[in-house]
Structures are given as C-alpha cells and as structure tokens.
Design a protein around this ligand. Structure first.
Ligand code: AHR
Length: 509
C-alpha cells in the first residue's frame, strides 16, 4: 500500500481560521449539570465550575463555544436564564424532555468562557419566538448601559457588556423534530427580518443562518437556496450540521465519512455561489459547520433514560479508537476547505457526544476523539497546502472511490514549520508514504512523529483506563529515510499520524 504526496509552499488553499476548532455546549443531558457546572464537586471553583473539566477544555484551545443549543434553543425563554439564581424558574425543555433548573444561565456561561479563554457564540430562539425576543436578548447582552435591558443586565451584576459577536439565527429549522419547525420560505423570511434587526443594532455582528440539518434531508439543497434568496445580504455564514455513524460496523465505509463531508461542503458552496450569481452580489457567504462529530453509540440507551429530570445521561457516546480515526479525517476535511469553512464546532464538548467525559462527583477524562482534535487545534492553524497526491484506493457503496491515505499538510510561514496529518484507512496494511518536499529548500528535518494507534479498533478510554488510547510521540529521524528532499516513511494500518518537519522557508517567496 503506497501513497505519493507532493507539497510546495507556493501552492496554498488558504489560511485556516482558528474558529475552525470551536465547540458547543448545549443545555442537554450532563453537558452543563454534572459536566461544566457541578457545585459541590471537590474540584469545583467558587462559581461551581469544575476545574478539572476547565483544564481539559483549556488544553484544546477552542476559540468559540456555541450555546445554549441546539434543539434546546428552539423552546428557550432567555429571560428565565438571567437574574438572581434563586428566582429563576424551573422549566420543561421539550427538545430533550428534561427539567431545566436555569441555574447555569447566560451570566454563568459568559463567566465560564472567560475562565477557559474562549468566546461565546450564541443562538437565538426562532422556533417559539422571533424578532422581539432576539432583539431584546442582543440588547441585554451587548448594549453598554442606559437602556432598560442593558441596565437590567447591570442590575444582575454584569456592568460590562458581554460583547457577543457571533449569533446563530435559530437551529436546524428544517428539521420536523424542531419545536417551531418551519418551511424554507417561512424561515428564510423570519431569518432575514431578525438579521436586519440585529444588524440595525450593530452592523458588525456576525450572523449564521440555518442550512440543512444534514445532507440527507429531503429538502437539501433547496432549503439553502430558498433561505439564502431571502437572507443573502443580511447574513454572513450558512450553517452545516452532520453526524457520522457506524451502525453496520463497516470499518471502511465509516472511515470514508470525510468523503461525505467533502461532498456536503462542496455542494453547499455551490448553492451559496449560485444564489450569489443570481443576485449579482459581490458578497461571498462563508460556512459555519457548527455541529459535527460521530454520534450513534448512545441512541439505544437514550430511549431508556427517565424523562423530566435535571441532567439525564443523554447522548453519552463512549468513543472507540476507530471513532478517533474518523474524527481525524473529518478535521482534515474541514481544514482542506478552509477557504470557505471559517467556523466549525465539534459537537459537543463535555459528556454529550463529547471529547471530555466526567463522572458526576468523580473524575474527568479524555475520550479517544480528544486527541485528533487536540493536535489539529494545536498544529492546524496555518496555511493549508494544495497537495498533489495519489494513493491506492478502495470502492465503497456509499462514497465511491476512496483513497486509503488521507493526507493534509499545514505550512507555518512564520517559523517555517510544516505539519503532515495523515490517516491510513487500511485496517490491515502498512502505508508507505513517498513525500516530495523539494519545494521547501534543502534544510528540511523531521521534528517528531505523533501516532494514535491501537490493536483493538473498539478500544475506549474510560474511568478505569483513561489513557487506553493515547498518542505516542516518536522522536528522531529514523521515521523517514531521505534522498535529498524525497522522503520515504511508513505508517501503521488503521492509524492517525502527525509528522512535524522544520524547514528554513520562512515565507512563501
Ligand atoms: O448536538 C445534538 C443535537 O443534534 C442538537 O441539539 C441538534 O441541533 C442536532 O440535531
């Protein structure tokens, strides 16, 4: 099994927007109660935030965290989640059949984002509510002082505005499961009017309009076209959501999920640009892939969860090693489309379909999928190279011809570093990598090789074995043999790899 890659610093696909490594905390299951927030936990701080969870979040360097939903937002009354905590009402969340105590509201979320060093990305309810509630929420959050709602915020203890820049105009409004589900025409016209009101308040706000809940929706891509025809000039981003699954236990098809993600992104780009052409617009719509992950393990268990309690164990997928490989390829796909995908949120962050798991009252640990996300966030912030590449491939019913190798290269002109993310999709065969780096001058060296590998595809990290799937860092030059700048290396079957090189090329001249 072989692949050949030619990389040249002068051929770039674009620079990654750091917001590609964002995440999502929904008022769902134990994401908040028992995850982010657990007063009484031995490691909780004075705000009730779990410091062990905060440390794991900080290490991921997520630039944005989306909140408060998700499906939750479509029946959410934001006024319930502000003000003195002991006066806040307990509500029924119809999206997840859960009791919502409103103890962790907007002020608490903002304090938490500051402590973990991230920025909020808020969603407004366009399911049961509309322009007035959205306008009021933005005024409450962002107006400095001297208006009724900004002064209300100040009376609630937040003197400074929260200054939330990114706003999602509802969530998955194409989905029949959504409280307040709408047709594309209804939603497009509402989103355009809400967007107009928010931009009248502050034209620098960045607005995300809902695209389809996934590419299999019967209304995709007509939904995107209709919605954009109405809202094009007022919005900045169109959302994409997609979750990948392995119900059939078919490794090769599952590992090809990123080919589906590539096609989804490229299809949505075409629709955006078609509407742009129809409107003779100068403006380009960018993409916010604000929900993506593997999600299927917990579906059966969720049906047995008790309803109308606080913090039920919902969507608690326990991720396997093979899920981590898929997440690695999905990250490659997002980075490869950095010219149009500016924001992406791994859904979600803690406990619910998350890279971080906790036991209520107990420890926190990293799931397998934590690792590819950690390294992509750390080393993926650079220029994505437009590779010339060939590889042995396989045929798969769902996705067609799929290369066994999935490479992505990031060049960092500021220090000359070059990173190769590479997944070997073959479960059985070692992959020989032929890498032509002649476009990088003579002084190229391998810094390190980080590998995520396990002999059991179904291996998981759990409370007892939190580091069962753990990256190994291999140092030294034995990894690649070199003939000038033609490098030859090997990667293990079913492995995620990061090769880091140093070069003396400090710019693209
Ligand atoms: O992330 C879990 C759920 O998936 C979100 O609430 C919803 O937007 C999507 O269907």
């Amino acid at each position: 099994m072989e692949c050949s890659i030619i990389a040249n610093k002068n051929f770039s696909k674009g620079t990654v927007d750091p917001r590609l490594f964002s995440s999502f905390v929904e008022q769902l299951g134990r994401a908040v109660y028992g995850g982010v927030y657990e007063p009484g936990h031995p490691l909780a701080d004075s705000d009730g935030f779990r410091t062990d969870v905060m440390d794991l979040v900080k290490a991921l360097s997520v630039p944005l965290v989306r909140f408060p939903g998700g499906n939750y937002v479509s029946n959410h009354t934001w006024e319930d989640s502000v003000g003195p905590v002991d006066e806040r009402p307990v509500r029924l969340d119809l999206a997840w059949s859960t009791l919502d105590p409103n103890l962790f509201g907007i002020k608490e979320f903002i304090s938490w984002t500051k402590k973990v060093g991230t920025e909020p990305m808020m969603a407004v309810n366009l399911g049961t509510r509309g322009i007035e509630a959205a306008r009021n929420l933005v005024e409450y959050c962002n107006f400095p002082k001297g208006s009724t709602l900004s002064d209300l915020r100040r009376s609630h203890g937040s003197q400074d505005p929260y200054d939330i820049k990114m706003w999602c105009l509802g969530n998955e409004m194409d989905g029949p499961w959504q409280v307040g589900h709408k047709s594309a025409g209804e939603y497009g016209s509402l989103a355009a009017e809400v967007g107009k009101a928010l931009k009248l308040f502050d034209p620098t706000l960045e607005l995300v309009v809902c695209g389809s809940s996934n590419a299999e929706m019967p209304t995709f891509p007509q939904w995107e076209e209709t919605v954009l025809e109405q809202s094009y000039e007022v919005v900045d981003y169109l959302s994409l959501h997609c979750y990948y699954r392995n119900d059939e236990n078919d490794f090769l098809t599952f590992l090809a999920s990123s080919v589906g993600m590539d096609a989804f992104i490229e299809g949505v780009v075409h629709v955006c640009d078609c509407v742009k052409a129809k409107k003779r617009s100068k403006k380009t719509i960018y993409l916010s892939f604000d929900e993506w992950n593997v999600w299927f393990h917990s579906k059966g268990k969720d049906r047995q969860q008790p309803k109308w309690i606080i913090g039920p164990q919902l969507l608690e997928d326990i991720y396997t090693f093979e899920d981590a490989l898929v997440v690695g390829t999905l990250l490659n796909s997002l980075m490869r489309h950095c010219d149009r995908v500016k924001v992406a949120c791994l859904a979600q962050l803690v406990n619910t379909i998350a890279p971080i798991m906790t036991e209520t009252g107990g420890p926190a640990w990293r799931q397998t999928i934590y690792w590819p996300f950690y390294y992509a966030s750390k080393y993926g912030r650079g220029e994505i190279l437009d590779l010339r590449f060939s590889s042995n491939s396989y045929e798969c019913k769902q996705y067609g011809t799929v290369p066994y190798a999935d490479p992505l290269m990031v060049y960092h002109p500021e220090n000359g570093e070059l990173d190769l993310f590479l997944v070997n999709r073959s479960p059985l065969e070692t992959l020989t990598v032929n890498l032509d780096l002649s476009g990088f001058g003579e002084h190229v060296e391998v810094l390190e090789h980080i590998v995520l590998n396990h002999d059991n595809l179904k291996a998981v990290n759990d409370k007892e074995h939190p580091d069962e799937v753990y990256p190994q860092v291999l140092e030294g030059e034995s990894l690649f043999s070199t003939d000038g700048n033609l490098w030859k290396g090997k990667v293990l079957p079913a492995s995620w790899n990061l090769f880091r090189f140093t070069t003396t090329c400090l710019n693209r001249e």
